[in-house]
Design a binder for this molecule. Structure first.
Ligand code: ATP
Ligand code: MG
Length: 404
């Protein structure tokens, strides 16, 4: 028997009242987007459930892609079966014979949306349970905590049977919470922050500060590669490269060493905010983690944050480095993040940055610079690239085969 569809159960969106249909519509589009690489697959979504019809597509590959889509609580691969008692009996027998291991318990749970079907759900549970005993007489029924739960749904078009429930990515469908600008360095923390924002439904654009020739093309590529890893969770991402060389040189020349870092960060924040406004973002997201480095004391955060009243979301702020690394490994960004390409902050980093910068001093040093002009020029010089998911190796070789 071959799986014919994957049944999707929604996550928290079921509690969202009248926004529900908007959430479901978005989730359906997100699912369809990650599955465009399987042209035969079709996706539908109703109030309670989503359905991915495989139409012959490889179940494993589709399931793998689905496991990254936020807004899915659980999902079950299902078999489509003719809507008749003999067909259903035969199907549950075949399924149980393949999954049964000595000592296993089971139960049948039937749901009937087609109320004209000859048996009701209680009768079906009994009939199909009895069919299982015919082929595996020693099996036991267990109501709570059964090893195998055979879920049978009688719908208008056919009956569907599933026997396993897989855990989805949880979270909210990407895009249902609005858009935020992710400050993305080449480090470990900011890609994880981006992933966590996506998980709560925030659509992200990546803002990356580059200071060529002090920063190398390798550093830029690293940021691109990290962004590409994040597309797995929410589709294409706009990558915004900001020219930062002029600003860093100006600060280095005119401000005292101990304040370089604070001033640099304030510029980054201002520029990100200006880009956010231009591109209709609602929040800024960064990878700051409390106490990790000098710029991440509460005093520093306060001085840096003082340039804007836009909400700054810091998804990893209270996490330990090791917790962040665990997530970085899970989302497959860690190996890229530890590649040795210096980013703009490392190169201009003072030996001993101020951990408790005074706002009064900060403002006094900034008065030596043409803040507005510098910000304006940086914003005018941004380069926007759309980052798309990495092509699967198989797909590439298939494409090549097609061309030959
Ligand atoms: P990360 O691992 O994300 O680089 P970090 O622990 O190295 O973080 P910092 O270098 O102090 O911390 O940076 C703090 C945050 O500032 C980063 O998480 C990121 O959001 C932002 N940031 C730093 N450098 C850049 C950059 N070159 N471009 C964009 N954002 C940056
Ligand atoms: Mg960093």
């Amino acid at each position: 028997m071959q799986y014919s569809e994957i049944l999707i159960r929604y996550g928290e969106l079921s509690t969202k009242g009248k926004n529900r249909m908007r959430f479901i519509g978005k989730l359906r589009r997100n699912v369809a987007d990650v599955l465009t690489i399987f042209p035969e697959v079709t996706v539908t979504a109703d109030r309670d459930r989503g359905h991915v019809y495989l139409n012959g597509a490889d179940y494993k590959a589709v399931s793998e892609a689905l496991s990254n889509v936020f807004g899915i609580q659980t999902y079950s691969p299902s078999y489509k079966v003719e809507k008749s008692v003999p067909a259903l009996k035969k199907a549950v027998q075949t399924i149980m014979k393949t999954v049964y291991q000595p000592g296993m318990t089971f139960k049948v749970v039937t749901k009937r949306s087609d109320h004209s079907f000859e048996l009701d759900s209680v009768e079906l549970n009994h009939t199909l349970g009895a069919a299982v005993f015919e082929v595996i007489p020693e099996i036991q029924v267990q109501m709570k905590g059964a090893d195998v739960v055979l879920r049978v749904e009688i719908r208008t078009d056919a009956a569907y049977i599933s026997h396993e429930t897989l855990r989805g990515a949880g979270g909210l469908p990407v895009g249902t919470s609005g858009k935020g600008m992710l400050m993305l360095s080449g480090g470990i923390d900011s890609p994880v922050a981006g992933y966590l924002a996506l998980k709560r439904g925030v659509d992200i654009e990546a803002v990356h500060f580059a200071s060529p020739p002090y920063t190398s093309p390798g550093a830029l590529k690293k940021a691109h590669d990290l962004t590409r890893k994040l597309t797995k969770f929410g589709g294409n991402i706009q990558f915004i490269e900001v020219p930062f060389t002029e600003i860093q040189e100006e600060i280095k020349e005119k401000a005292p060493e101990a304040y370089l870092m604070t001033l640099t960060r304030r510029f980054m924040m201002r520029i990100t905010d200006a880009i956010r406004e231009k591109r209709d973002g609602m929040v800024i997201i960064n990878g700051e983690s409390l106490g990790q480095v000098a710029s991440q004391t509460l005093e520093s955060m306060q001085a840096i944050n003082a340039v804007t009243s836009t909400p700054v979301i810091r998804p990893v702020v209270t996490m330990d480095k090791l917790e962040i690394i665990d997530l970085a490994e899970k989302i497959d960004t860690f190996e890229i993040s530890i590649q040795p390409f210096e980013d703009c902050c490392t190169i201009f980093a003072p030996d001993r940055p101020k951990t408790n910068p005074k706002l009064k001093n900060v403002e006094q040093y900034e008065a030596r610079l043409d803040v507005e002009g510098l910000v304006k020029r940086a914003v005018a010089g941004i380069v926007v690239t759309e980052i798309t998911p990495e092509a699967e190796v198989d797909q590439v070789s298939e494409l090549i085969d097609e061309l030959l």
